[in-house]
Write a new protein. Structure first.
Length: 266
């Protein structure tokens, strides 16, 4: 089943020749992998390139001979450790770095210049037929071990942190981390696909905010107890008793991290 949306139409127009696709794949590897020392090394030592090349052949076969296409995709899986269903649509300049354990489902769509690391899954949910796998726009970066599940759309220039589980649509120019994945940054600035160290540690920030908030509340509680004790003993108050601080920005950040409904996990 082929994607009929704008991105799917764009990919269909850019199918071109195998040679052009190979050139684009080689160019993106040279651009994004500082370990790549030359064309021959990439051609013979990069399983992601091998998997994509075999996929482009199996994808063309899928349209006319599904069984041979599946058999070829299995050969690619055995050789590279990367499983790409022949029905998946993949653009040019896609780089699967290392790649072991990558799984791309039948109705997945991967836009141009996307970067996937080892252990990434573009999977489906449930047993429904039709479009059931993700659609990635251009220049999406997915970190090692991340899972993007369901017929969702991930906008252009988005980064998904390693180990994240994404179950909802993601707007363009976003940074997503966590389980389930949460958008922690969004802007109109194109991301650097290799800047993995720039991903924020959302959990650590929320825990730090909680600790600071608990400390502030304990201080207010101690002050209130002192006020009540002085009143009971008939002592004059050195300063007016103050109520506990109202909800502050840190509280809102914590609630945003928990989601719209803290009682759910979606």
């Amino acid at each position: 089943m082929h994607d009929r949306g704008p991105l799917g139409q764009t990919l269909a127009q850019q199918d071109g020749t195998m040679l052009n696709a190979l050139r684009a794949d080689l160019a993106i590897i040279k651009e994004r992998d500082p370990a790549a020392r030359g064309t021959f090394e990439i051609l013979f030592c990069y399983p992601g390139l091998h998997a994509l090349t075999l996929h482009r052949i199996s994808h063309r076969l899928w349209r006319v001979a599904p069984l041979p296409a599946r058999l070829l995709s299995q050969v690619g899986r055995w050789l590279t450790g990367i499983e790409i269903h022949p029905g998946a649509r993949i653009g040019r300049g896609v780089f699967i770095d290392h790649g072991m354990g990558v799984v791309i489902g039948e109705t997945a769509v991967v836009g141009n210049n996307c970067l996937l690391y080892q252990g990434v899954t573009l999977g489906g949910t449930g047993k429904a037929h039709g479009k059931r796998h993700p659609t990635l726009a251009e220049n999406v970066v997915i970190g090692a071990g991340a899972k993007v599940l369901g017929a969702i759309e991930v906008g252009a220039n988005t980064r998904i942190g390693a180990g994240s589980v994404v179950l909802r649509d993601v707007a363009p120019d976003s940074t997503v981390v966590g389980v389930p994945g949460r958008v922690v940054h969004q802007s109109g600035v194109r991301v650097n696909p290799l800047a993995h160290s720039a991903l924020p540690d959302t959990e650590a920030r929320v825990i730090r905010n909680l600790m600071e908030r608990i400390d502030a509340l304990e201080t207010e509680l101690t002050r209130t107890q002192d006020c009540l004790r002085n009143l009971a003993e008939g002592k004059p108050l050195e300063e007016p008793c103050r109520a506990a601080a109202a909800q502050n920005l840190m509280d809102r950040e914590i609630l945003e991290f928990l989601g719209d409904n803290p009682g759910t996990t979606n």
